[in-house]
Design a protein around this ligand. Sequence first.
Ligand code: NAP
Length: 522
Amino acid sequence: MERIHEIVIVGSGFAGIGMAARLLSMGIRDFVVLEQSAALGGTWRDNCYPGAACDVESHVYSYSFEPRPTWSRAFAEQQEILSYLNDVTDKYGIRPHISFSSKLQSASWNEAQAFWKLRLEDGRSLGAKILVSGTGCLSRPTFPAIPGRETFEGPAVHTGAWDPAFDCRDKSVAVIGTGASAIQVVPSIALQVRALKLFQRTPPWILRKPDRRISPLEKNLFASLPFSQRLVRWLTHWRREFLLLFFVVKPEWMKLVQHSGTRYLEEVVKDPVLRAKLTPDYTPGCKRLLLSSEYYQAVQRDNVELVTDSIAEIRPRSIVTRDGREHAVDAIIFATGFETAGAKAIAFETRGRGGVDLADRWKDGAEAYLGTSVAGFPNLFFVLGPNTALGHNSVIYMIECQIEYIARCIELMRLRRLASVEVKQSVQDEYNRLLQERISRTVWASGCRSWYQSESGKNVALWPGFTAEYRKLTARFDTEDYRTRTSPSVCTADVAGSVRDGPIEMPMFRQVAYEAIGSAKS
Ligand code: NAP
């Protein structure tokens, strides 16, 4: 084995780079970031399909500690976000800590010596006292189980693992799926392809995207008066927080969004038959609410056909739908999303205390405490773990909350010389009971199927509250919620304390957490 690091981070996307920056700010140098690819960027490296952009405003889709006055658009495109992440990496001296082309295959907890033994795909191995998984919930593309998929002879790409060499010019191309990725790729390639067959299973709710160029004047203002950019960030964040009322507190208010989406559709699509095909039959927000000012226009192009019959099979040069039609295509773009729930969503084999397999634990849907730690898996933390994604605001905010929580834990472990911390099963169970109770009253439980859910329909993806509430819950690390050990051989569950911006104080954390989540009951 190479050596045991104090901390190993998996993934160099927003989560991994943010965690690394925080460790450096704490003076911690003994850490490594494992990156499976030869370049950093996570989802913003892999989702490089034409038209890829963020549907959350740039001023909030960026780290709070690194605002960028020069964002070129209200909603940045993939390339610009990727270059932002690269710039942050270099500015904070993170690059030397990244081990590229190092795909983590398995992690197993060594109870006797209190460390994670990590095995890489290329056969190397190393150790980590603390393991932070920053692989996110949208990193493993999923392909639908359509008979004959493997027999297709032309190029087939997935939006989530885009091949930059894929050339769709003058080809007859099929796009399968009509989610967030599809509505971005379709308008971009519709101009280039000879014919585009768009296979839709469920139409999404789409609102106009209020995108625009940011003027040189605004950029100058942001650069010379940083406060002005912070103000815009703050206003954007709270405007989005307000939207949560629609999702969580008063799902019936989604009728307003439905009205707005329907009007937009009527305005842009005049053909009533096509409009009917594009009209969703579920409450807006149940699946992710999408933003595009180009998608409906693209669907109406002469070279684009919206196919709503479900796919029966894929043949070497065509796709056959259940009505018996055979659609000849030269290439297929799968815009069919990601493994987001259950065992397949786990990026590497993870065996905790007693050899327990995380895939077994999560086979009916992932579960963690604060989306960050899991009983039976000491010293393992997830950034963007279960139920920490958002349907209404920037996920970077959640990432930063989790990073702070983990940083406080690390600080506490160093101060108290703790060898391990492991969340108590009872704490995790109670937290998730309250969380699921709350989700059951939101728009996400209003009857649709989405990537937010496991096979059994349990929502394993979203945080059902205000982000400020999550920040409050993660603002301190409370060892009362954890089993702790001061040395590998001694279990001392009574080393209690919490870390919050300074001296250790006695914990109130669990109570605060439960009160905050429980308040949703009323
Ligand atoms: P997705 O939202 O899960 O959409 C997958 C699409 O594939 C759905 O339309 C689904 O239909 C369809 N599909 C799956 N199997 C199919 C089959 N057998 N036949 C026909 N259609 C099939 O995936 P995504 O579009 O990649 O987006 C995932 C998430 O990534 C988004 O919700 C968002 O959080 C994130 N994302 C963000 C941005 C951004 O701007 N920030 C951009 C892209 C993605 P059903 O609806 O019927 O299941």
